[in-house]
Design a protein around this ligand. Structure first.
Ligand code: IMP
Length: 496
């Protein structure tokens, strides 16, 4: 038996003490880009992301729609592996085939629905327009569009039908399936519409081009794309069916794979890493984990992992620590493994990036994770709250919530992730809700603005320098209580 001398600490136990801010420290100068995969010291990583955020390998989080939105803002998603191989490969290929600037037709309504229902649909999805189809599904025949500008409850009754206010197909300019983005954008501007539906020969809408996306596209110049300008996407794999799953994901175009396990310090992970190196050399990139100490990092780095994922028990939906008594505070785990990463780089000349996975409860925790030396983060709860996540949006006691369930919950039944054989004997995660927060685009923008601002206060314009120069201080419980305990918050909307 061995007892580690230090207490296990988490992000919320630290604050940053500002360093000198000089004239180079402006938001525009802050570079948040991060390496994702192993590279020689002094050389660039073959995969870098401009926004150092990745979405968790979870059914409630990483869908093609979320993956596309996240790649647009410079991050990366990992499509979950707790599904049949063909379905996961299909999701990967949907992201790779998605043409930038085009949107899936995923918000549909029937002409007989009420304006009240249309309003609810547009609000809950954060969209300005819904496609009206004969059966209200994406595969139904195209009938028209209903947008937020088509009705107003001061003038129209909530019970009126969508049909009474929609603009029918004959009134609208439409594009054809397969047309180029520049042609579609020209049509959009000429038509003065906000949305251009692209309609196939069979009368079904294949995609949409939106004026708002054109603006967004200009705003996010840092998209995560490969050499062919296709969006980058990652995919989870397990240590069971990897001989079949990995070739299918590679064929579908996955840019990077990641072993998905609650405890990655195992010979099974080493076997998978060896399989990848034997079959593909360095042409397939794969991360491994999760680990919480230097032994785990060294084992996986020596076995060839392209990045190592850190974190056991810190996830918002995680009950592993209660159920099995294993885990470690995320801050302590990172502190030890960052030292191991840097020692490994000195020893071998190879830099193996670290992904800090789970336990980010506030945006400020992201800054703390980077200050500790994480290269990029993996987030579940954060992304589950957004319009683009695949989980259902529900109303509970009048509050809009998104469902969010752990991969170790009975709902996910992801026995492979939890080393419980083919059956899940006990739960390691909860099935719950998170407050709906609106669109990924809006939220990521605010989060990154906060991160830049923190880095500026700490006198840094790169994540590397931020980590190297950060001054952290441990705080008492009282620190957070003290300065807010007698303030009643008002309900006015905040900025951002
Ligand atoms: P969050 O960002 O705090 O919500 O944590 C997300 C992370 O929790 C994921 O990336 C996984 O590593 C981990 N996780 C996902 N599902 C479960 C579960 O059911 N039990 C324990 N950990 C989980």
């Amino acid at each position: 038996m061995r007892i580690l001398p230090e207490i296990s600490r988490t992000f919320g136990e630290y604050l940053l003490v500002p360093n000198l801010t000089d004239e180079t420290c402006t938001p525009d100068n802050v570079d948040l880009s991060a390496p994702v995969v192993r590279h020689r010291l002094g050389q660039a990583s073959p995969i870098r992301i401009a926004t150092p955020l990745t979405s968790a390998i979870m059914g409630a989080v990483s869908s093609p729609q979320l993956a596309i939105a996240l790649a647009q803002v410079g991050g990366l998603s990992f499509i979950h592996q707790n599904q049949p191989i063909a379905e996961q490969a299909g999701m990967v290929s949907a992201v790779k085939k998605h043409k930038a600037g085009f949107r899936h037709n995923d918000v549909n309504i029937k002409p007989s629905a009420t304006l009240g229902e249309a309003d609810e649909l547009l609000r809950s999805t954060g969209r300005d327009a819904a496609v009206v189809t004969d059966d209200g599904t994406p595969s139904g025949a195209f009938l028209g569009l209903i947008t937020t500008q088509d009705f107003n409850f001061h003038r129209h009754h909530v019970g009126d039908s969508v049909e009474s206010r929609m603009r029918g197909g004959a009134e609208l300019v439409t594009g054809t399936a397969g047309m180029s983005l520049s042609t579609a954008n020209s049509l959009l501007w000429d038509s003065r519409q906000d949305v251009l539906p692209l309609v196939g020969d069979d009368g079904r809408v294949t995609a949409l081009v939106q004026r708002r996306d054109y603006e967004l596209h200009k705003q996010f110049s840092n998209e995560s794309v490969d050499d062919d300008k296709q969006f980058r996407v990652g995919a989870g794999v397990n240590t069971h069916d990897y001989r079949e799953r990995i070739p299918a994901l590679v064929e579908a175009g996955a840019d990077v794979l990641c072993l998905d396990s609650s405890d990655g310090y195992s010979v099974w992970q080493k076997n998978v890493l060896e399989f990848v190196r034997t079959e593909y050399g360095d042409t397939v990139r794969i991360g491994a984990g999760n680990v919480v100490d230097a032994r785990g990092f060294d084992y996986l780095a020596d076995a060839g992992a392209d990045f190592v994922k850190v974190g056991i028990g810190g996830g918002s939906i995680c009950i592993t620590r209660d159920q099995k008594g294993i885990g470690r505070g995320q801050a302590s785990a990172l502190a030890e493994i960052v030292t191991a990463r840097d020692a490994y780089a000195q020893r071998t000349g190879e830099y193996v990036p670290l992904c800090s996975d789970g336990g980010v409860l506030h945006d400020s925790h992201m800054a703390i994770a980077f200050a500790f030396g994480a290269d990029f983060l993996m987030l579940g709860r954060y992304f589950a709250r957004f319009t683009e996540s695949p989980a259902p949006l529900v109303k509970v006691r009048g509050q809009a919530l998104k469902e969010y369930w752990g991969e170790g919950s009975a709902r996910a039944r992801n026995a492979a992730r939890y080393g419980q054989g083919t059956e899940l004997h006990f739960e390691e995660g909860v099935d719950g809700y998170v407050p709906f927060a609106g669109s990924l685009y809006d939220n990521v923008k605010v989060t990154l603005a906060k991160l830049r601002s923190t880095m500026i206060s700490c006198g840094s314009t790169t994540l590397r320098r931020f980590h190297e120069t950060a001054t952290l201080v441990q705080v008492s419980q009282q620190t957070f209580v003290q300065n807010s305990e007698d303030i009643e918050r008002n309900e006015r909307p905040t900025v951002g």
